[in-house]
Write a protein that binds this ligand. Structure first.
Ligand code: AMP
Length: 420
């Protein structure tokens, strides 16, 4: 017996009609983002491994254990992108986008790859819809980006989502906090997991992301980053909050929110949805003022977010405007001695007039063709038998009302319109 192949673990086939919801959501994203002046960027799925090591950070889970990294035939180390911000920044620098009017406002939609343990809402190939604003340091840009995000979610029908907001400060704030956190955790070193013990040296902020219950309770008494903020960072964060309040955007300050990637500075945010269980984050984002310079460009402040599209679809509200697209509502079937070509010709003429039509092109019995039309959810079947052919008519059967009528070909479109 020949081998039966399966999709790679953690990857999924997205099938119709669900795919129509995916493209519907993406259409809303494009429309909303464009009203804020964002335009689409598409970067390669493959990048130099070093790009992610430098940006996402060596001590993160993503770089430490989740990347799909391999050598190509020339021995170069390449990685399937685990996220898209680093690629956008690489493209911004490489393509000289800083010479265009700033800020650059870019959005992307596409697959990302992380070697994580698959579970509900967590896949090895997943999809993100994201936006990046590069070239403006001010708090109004933070607020506007978050307003855009929430408008997008609102247009999809989400009503009760709350943005969790925090600041991780600028480099000086973080350096001061790293020292304080290290001093606090050092005496409790033996209560930390092996990963966290290592991070105590390399990057103690990462420990705040822990899922370990023991570490969580230990951290409950830890000093908070908010107490180490520079005046400038404090002011920036306060202004972001004031603007969001002015625009009546619901948010909650979460002092422990630090986000899992190294490049964040100042404002960070997340949106979670209760409908999702353990993997409840649908959006993550924040400022990354040092990243463009870190990746070799002229310093440019920036901010962005990434929405997990797979999870977003799992919790799409009932009242969303995005619909499953119906199958073609009309089927054309020939019978008797009428050639199949006639079904195709009639279908083509209806399609030219904007109707969505399936032609029955395999020689089935009329009974089998009707059954198939019924099962696939068609509303009308257009039958062309010998009599219809001779008389220049067709028989239109309405599967919903089980009625049928003879119509001349010229009157067909009008007839379908009337009985709708
Ligand atoms: P991050 O880049 O880690 O901030 O992730 C941003 C968003 O992408 C998260 O809030 C999730 O919704 C989504 N996401 C991240 N990893 C996965 C995954 N393995 N499977 C599905 N969605 C994911």
């Amino acid at each position: 017996m020949s081998q039966r192949f399966q999709a790679v673990k953690g990857t999924r086939d997205l099938l119709p009609p669900e795919t129509s919801v995916w493209s519907g959501v993406e259409e809303v994203a494009r429309r909303v983002f464009e009203t804020y002046g964002y335009r689409e960027i598409r970067t390669p799925i493959l990048e130099d491994t070093e790009l992610f090591v430098r940006s996402v950070g060596e001590s993160t889970d993503i770089v430490g254990k989740e990347m799909y990294t391999f050598q190509d035939r020339k021995g170069r180390s390449l990685t399937l992108r685990p996220e898209n911000t680093a690629s956008v920044v690489r493209a911004f620098i490489q393509q000289g986008l800083q010479r265009e009017p700033l800020p650059a406002k870019l959005f992307y939609i596409g697959p990302q790859f992380r070697y994580e343990r698959p579970q509900k809402g967590r896949y090895r190939q997943f999809h993100q819809i994201g936006a990046e604003l590069i070239g403006d340091p001010g708090p109004y840009s933070d607020a506007e980006l978050i307003l855009m995000l929430v408008r997008f979610l609102g247009e999809l029908g989400f009503r009760d989502l709350v943005v969790q907001l925090n600041t991780v400060g600028d480099e000086d704030s973080r350096a001061a906090y790293r020292t304080r956190l290290r001093e606090f955790l050092e005496p409790h070193r033996d209560r930390l997991t092996a990963d966290s013990q290592r991070r105590l040296e390399t990057n103690p902020l990462r420990i705040l992301d822990t899922k370990d219950a023991g570490e969580k309770s230990l951290l409950a008494g830890a000093p908070q980053l908010v107490d180490c903020l520079t005046e400038d960072s404090r002011q920036h964060f306060a202004t972001v909050q004031t603007i969001l309040e002015r625009h009546r955007l619901p948010f909650r300050v979460e002092p422990r929110l630090v986000r899992g990637l190294d490049y964040y500075t100042r404002t960070v945010f997340e949106i979670v949805s209760e409908g999702l269980g353990a993997q409840d984050a649908i959006v993550g984002g924040g400022r990354y003022d040092g990243l463009v310079e870190e990746l070799g460009g002229q310093p440019q402040p920036a901010i962005g977010f990434a929405i997990g599209e797979d999870r977003l679809l799992e919790v799409l509200p009932e009242e969303t405007s995005v619909r499953l697209s119906p199958v073609a509502p009309i089927a054309v079937v020939t019978a008797g001695n009428v050639p199949t070509e006639e079904a195709l010709a009639v279908a083509e003429s209806l399609r030219r007039q904007g109707l969505s039509v399936a032609a029955e092109l395999s020689r089935r019995s009329v009974k089998a063709a009707l059954k198939r039309a019924h099962r696939s959810g068609c509303r009308w079947v257009i039958l062309i038998g010998d009599d219809e052919m001779a008389g220049g008519t067709v028989t239109v059967r309405d599967l919903e009302t089980a009625s049928q009528s003879q119509v001349t070909r010229d009157a067909l479109v009008e007839h379908l319109g009337e009985s709708e």
